[in-house]
Ligand binder design. Structure first.
Ligand code: BGP
Length: 482
């Protein structure tokens, strides 16, 4: 029997809420990321924060100087009821949002949560449920309390596991009856490809990250995920637990055997590692070889392995935007987004940010995740970032976004016909948010436009894009026939 799909939309606290210190919220790792005018699309640029950069950001923020876009997001904290009303009009079945750990625990290590933080998320849960939508909760979406970075060394410190479990238990005890689907972490493989975003690791002032620190941090998040699922099954057993990675959909540089081996190996380390641990409950063999060959040491206890085996998640999920061709371009043909580098694929068009548009890749990834785990699969993020234009008459025409979604929906339905147990599709950035990779507003994903620019200037008024009505009627007609 083919499951009736859920159609949704997503935001993330640091990219949406703003209000960085309202109600006593503590600063988190996203609040200190500076916006810099875009230099070029040619580099795989991520904001790698050093201790001196963080110190400067804190001084700037105290002096109200500098441009730190995540401190204002797109003012979701102040537009909550209006935005939920728009989502209700859109007719989505499920709304994915994340919680700000530092809004509930400003320093991250308090014994009790902040009453103002609890009150804020009471409002969010009640508004979403009153609007008749299911909830898909990301406990943490890249935003780690800055105090835990500075006082504990962030996720390199095993103490964060218990602090995280305390945060999760608070969430489950307070809102567990209103949580339908949840993720302990957003794109948990970000710990490897973007350590600041994923595990809150400061980059050393004098060079690259210590890879043992990166993978030890990632391992601690895996243990935290298992303990969070154990807590959830005690407190609110009806919620469905998931894991999530960024899906890269790699193509080998050439059809040479060596390049094909590199593709398999890069998929294992960059994408399948967290899935094998969190969804299949095993510590995969290939990581022993990777650690050995790269001089990496990670402390893994027998108790950790026992937790992985006993508390694997109920469903798997991934973010999908584009596919990428591996390897360095020997002809300079390197396109790149801000998180994903790729060589130009001659069969595909790319977005302005170099992300190559590959709807068939979505079908391939859905099959690959289901084939590996035999667990239901949620597309927890997918969408098209573009420079949308606000016309003089207040309209926003985004046929490119409609085309992107239409082609990806076709492939998702084909994957379901292939026999993949697809749970649903969640449109990323359903309301315009600040871009995670490049910290800019210009890269818009929403079907709802927010009038703000890269410098944070604008009215922050919400306006429906043409894609709003398209998505609304798509959902309506889907449910009329399923
Ligand atoms: C993913 C994040 C999202 C979202 C998306 C798009 O990594 O989970 O937060 O931002 O990337 O990336 P970007 O915003 O850089 O276009």
């Amino acid at each position: 029997m083919t499951r009736t799909l859920m159609w949704g939309g997503a935001t993330a606290s640091s990219q949406y809420e703003g209000a960085a210190t309202v109600g006593g919220k503590g600063l988190d790792t996203q609040d200190v990321r500076p916006w810099k005018p875009r230099t070029s699309n040619a580099t795989c640029e991520t904001r790698l924060l050093t201790a001196s950069a963080v110190a400067k950001a804190k001084a700037d923020l105290a002096a109200r100087e500098g441009n730190y876009p995540f401190t204002r997001g797109t003012q979701g904290h102040d537009h909550l009821e209006e935005d939920i009303a728009l989502l209700q009009e859109l007719g989505i079945d499920i709304y994915r949002f994340s919680l700000s750990w530092a809004r509930l625990f400003p320093q991250g290590d308090e014994a009790e949560p902040s009453p103002e933080g609890l009150a804020y998320y009471d409002r969010v849960f009640e508004a979403v449920r009153a609007a008749g939508m299911k909830t898909f909760v990301t406990l943490t979406h890249y935003a780690i309390p800055l105090h835990l970075v500075e006082a504990y060394g962030s996720w390199t410190n095993r103490a964060l596991i218990d602090l995280y479990e305390r945060f999760a238990r608070t969430v489950f005890e307070r809102w567990g009856s209103m949580i339908d689907y949840y993720l302990p972490f957003n794109e948990i493989n970000a710990g490897y490809f973007s350590p600041w975003n994923g595990v809150g690791l400061l980059r050393p002032e004098d060079g690259p990250y210590d890879q043992s620190a990166v993978f030890q941090s990632l391992h601690h998040q895996f243990v935290a995920s298992a303990k969070v699922i154990r807590a959830q099954r005690e407190i609110c057993p009806d919620a469905r637990s998931g894991c999530m990675v960024a899906a890269f959909c790699y193509y080998p540089h050439t059809c040479s055997p060596e390049d094909n081996w590199i593709k398999l190996h890069d998929e294992q380390v960059n994408m399948w590692y967290p899935v094998d641990v969190l969804a299949c409950g095993i510590q995969p063999y290939y990581m022993d070889a990777f650690y050995r060959d790269h001089g990496i040491t990670v402390d893994i206890t027998d108790e950790d392995l026992e937790l992985f085996a006993r508390y694997s998640c109920d469903f798997v999920s991934f973010s999908y935007y584009s596919s990428s061709v591996l390897g360095a371009a020997d002809n300079g043909e390197q396109t790149a987004g801000n998180l994903v580098c790729s060589i130009k694929n001659p069969y595909l068009e790319a977005s302005e940010w170099g992300w190559q548009i590959d709807p068939v890749g979505l079908r391939t990834q859905l099959n690959a995740f289901y084939d590996r785990t035999h667990k239901p699969v949620f597309v927890s993020e997918c969408g098209f970032g573009a420079r949308d234009r606000l016309e003089d008459d207040g309209s926003i025409h985004d046929p490119y976004r409609v085309e992107y979604l239409e082609r990806h929906f076709e492939q998702l339905l084909l994957a379901q016909q292939d026999g993949v147990d697809v749970l649903g599709f969640i449109l990323w950035g359903v309301i315009d948010i600040v871009s995670a990779g490049s910290c800019e507003m210009a890269k818009r994903y929403g079907v709802v436009y927010v009038d703000a620019d890269d410098r944070g200037e604008g009215t922050y008024e919400r306006r429906k894009k043409d894609s709003f009505d398209w998505y609304r009627s798509y959902i309506e007609s889907y449910h009329a026939t399923h």
